[in-house]
Design a protein around this ligand. Structure first.
Ligand code: GLC
Length: 452
C-alpha cells in the first residue's frame, strides 16, 4: 500500500476545493488546466462521492461479514526466484532478464485444488489470488498482452483453474489485481505523460473488464498499489462502476483510492469504523521466500482471527506457494490447526458481531447477539473473573465440548469456576455464556476509554 491513502482507508469528506487540491497534489502537481475536459468532468462527479461505499453495499456485504476468514495467495513469476513478490523492483532486475521467467513458469496442473482444499479444511470461507502482481505478469489470458501464463510456459489459464478449484470447495472467489505494473512501459510514464497515462489506464480498465467478464461470478475484487495516480487519474469511480455493472454482487476494496466496500489494514488487526479486513502474512513474506522461517504460531494466528472478529473485521491470511504450486509444510500445519480449532469453536467467530467488551488480560471476547464468548489465551486454572457484566447470565458452556461451566455473578463480576486445572482446548479455550441482553462491558477500566 502506498502513502497516498490514509491509514483507515477512508477518505475524509473534504470541501470540493480542498479535495481538488489533494487530488492534484497526489497527481504529482499536474495543473487543472492540463486536464482534458473528460477528466475534469470525472473529477466533479467522483470527487464528491468518495466518502461512501459503492451502491447497494449493505446487501452485497452480508455474506462477507459472516465469513470472517479468507485465504490470500501470492503467486507469480517471483515464486520461481523465491525472494518475495518485490524481487524485480527491489533488485532492479532488467526487464528482458525477468521476462524469461515467463517461459519457466510451469506449475503442476490444477494445483489450485490443493489450496482450495486446504482453505476449506482451515475454516476459510473465501480466497483471493493474485491475478497480476506488481511484476505485471498475468496468470489469466488477456487479449491486451502476451505476457501471461496461457501464452507462455504454463500454456494454461491459471485464473480459470483457480476459480474452478475455489468453486469446487464452495468457497467465494476473489481476484487481487495490482494497479502498479513494472512491466508495462506506460506505467513508468503515467504520472507525467498524459498520453501514456491514458494508454495505461485504458489497459488497466480493459484487463479488469476481461477479469470481470470471462470467469463467471466473482465475489471480490482486491485492488492494490494505486501508485502513481490518484482516484481521478485511475478513473476509479468509472472503474468501480464498470466492475459493479458486470458483477452486481461483487465487493471491491479501497485500494484504488476510493473507500470501496471495505478497508484493508495490512499486517495489523487495528479496527476501523466501517467494514474492514486485515491482510497478513503467515511468516513475514507475501510470496514464497525460501529463507523465511519466521512462522507465526497457530495460537498467534487464532488470536489474530478472533481479534478481527471481536472488532467486526475479517482476517485474510496469506500463503506464498512455491512456483510449482506446493505450499510450504509449516504453513499447512498451522492452517490445519486453525481449521481443527474452528471446527470446535467456529460459533465464536463466524457471523459474530462487533463486541463491546474490550477489556481482559487473559483473553478476549467475541459476541453473537446475546451470547458472549470468552476466548482464553492464558488458562488461569481454578477460576476466572470477567468484569463489567451488567446483564444476567443464564448459562455457560465450553464451546468445544458443550460441557457446562459453573459460574456465579457478584455485582458486575462474572466468575467462572471451578475450572479444570489444565486448558480443555488448544491453542485457546472458549467459554460461551448466554446472557439475557446484549453483553456490553461496563468495568472500572472502561472509564479510562475515551470512546466509552
Ligand atoms: C503490500 C505489498 C504487496 C502485497 C500487498 C498485500 O502492498 O507491497 O506486495 O501484495 O501488500 O496487501
Amino acid at each position: 500500500m502506498n502513502a497516498q491513502s490514509n491509514k483507515s482507508g477512508h477518505l475524509m469528506i473534504l470541501s470540493r476545493r480542498n479535495h481538488l487540491k489533494t487530488l492534484l497534489a497526489a497527481a504529482g502537481g499536474a495543473s487543472l488546466s492540463g486536464l482534458r475536459p473528460l477528466e475534469t468532468l470525472a473529477l466533479t462527479t467522483s470527487a464528491l462521492t468518495t466518502s461512501v461505499p459503492p451502491p447497494d453495499h449493505e446487501r452485497r456485504i452480508q455474506w462477507w461479514r459472516e465469513a470472517k476468514f479468507g485465504m490470500f495467495i501470492h503467486w507469480g513469476l517471483y515464486s520461481i526466484l523465491g525472494r518475495e513478490a518485490w524481487a524485480m523492483g527491489d533488485e532492479d532486475i532488467p526487464l528482458e532478464e525477468y521476462e524469461k521467467l515467463g517461459r519457466q513458469f510451469q506449475p503442476r496442473p490444477n494445483v489450485a485444488r490443493t489450496w482450495a482444499r486446504l482453505a476449506r479444511q482451515s475454516g476459510m470461507r473465501y480466497m483471493v489470488m493474485t491475478t497480476k502482481h506488481h511484476e505485471g505478469f498475468c496468470l489469466f489470458n488477456s487479449k491486451l498482452t502476451s505476457y501471461c501464463a496461457p501464452q507462455l510456459g504454463a500454456g494454461r489459464d491459471l485464473v480459470q483453474e483457480y476459480v474452478e478449484a475455489a468453486r469446487a470447495e464452495h468457497l467465494r472467489v476473489g481476484f487481487y489485481y495490482s494497479l502498479m505494473d513494472w512491466h508495462h512501459p506506460d506505467w513508468r510514464l503515467a504520472k507525467t505523460d498524459l498520453a501514456a497515462r491514458k494508454r495505461f489506464v485504458d489497459y488497466t480498465h480493459g484487463q479488469l473488464r476481461e477479469l470481470m467478464t470471462n470467469y463467471g461470478k466473482i465475489d471480490i475484487l482486491w485492488y492494490d498499489m494505486p501508485v502513481p495516480l490518484d482516484a481521478q487519474g485511475w478513473q476509479s469511480a468509472e472503474m468501480n462502476d464498470m466492475v459493479l455493472r458486470l458483477q452486481p454482487d461483487i465487493l471491491v476494496n479501497n485500494r484504488n483510492q476510493l473507500p470501496g466496500d471495505f478497508s484493508t489494514p495490512e499486517q495489523s488487526t487495528a479496527a476501523a469504523k466501517n467494514d474492514w479486513e486485515s491482510c497478513m502474512t503467515i511468516n513475514d513474506s507475501w510470496a514464497y521466500l525460501a529463507g523465511d522461517n519466521n512462522w507465526k504460531s497457530a495460537q498467534q494466528l487464532v488470536q489474530n482471527l478472533v481479534e478481527c472478529a471481536r472488532d467486526g473485521g475479517n482476517y485474510l491470511l496469506d500463503i506464498g506457494p512455491r512456483a510449482d504450486g506446493s505450499v510450504p509444510e509449516p504453513a499447512i500445519s498451522r492452517l490445519q490447526a486453525m481449521g481443527g480449532w474452528l471446527r470446535r469453536n467456529g460459533e465464536a467467530v463466524y457471523g459474530t458481531q462487533r463486541c463491546r467488551f474490550p477489556h481482559g488480560n487473559i483473553g478476549v471476547y467475541t459476541r453473537r447477539k446475546n451470547t458472549l464468548y470468552t476466548i482464553v489465551y492464558f488458562w488461569p486454572g481454578s477460576s476466572m473473573t470477567v468484569g463489567g457484566v451488567r446483564c444476567k447470565v443464564k448459562s455457560a458452556r465450553f464451546l468445544a465440548s458443550g460441557h457446562p461451566v459453573q459460574f456465579e455473578q457478584r455485582g458486575s463480576q462474572l466468575i467462572f469456576g471451578p475450572l479444570p486445572e489444565k486448558p480443555p482446548d488448544e491453542p485457546v479455550t472458549v467459554i460461551a455464556a448466554e446472557c439475557d441482553a446484549e453483553p456490553v462491558q461496563d468495568a472500572l477500566s472502561s472509564k479510562a476509554d475515551p470512546e466509552a
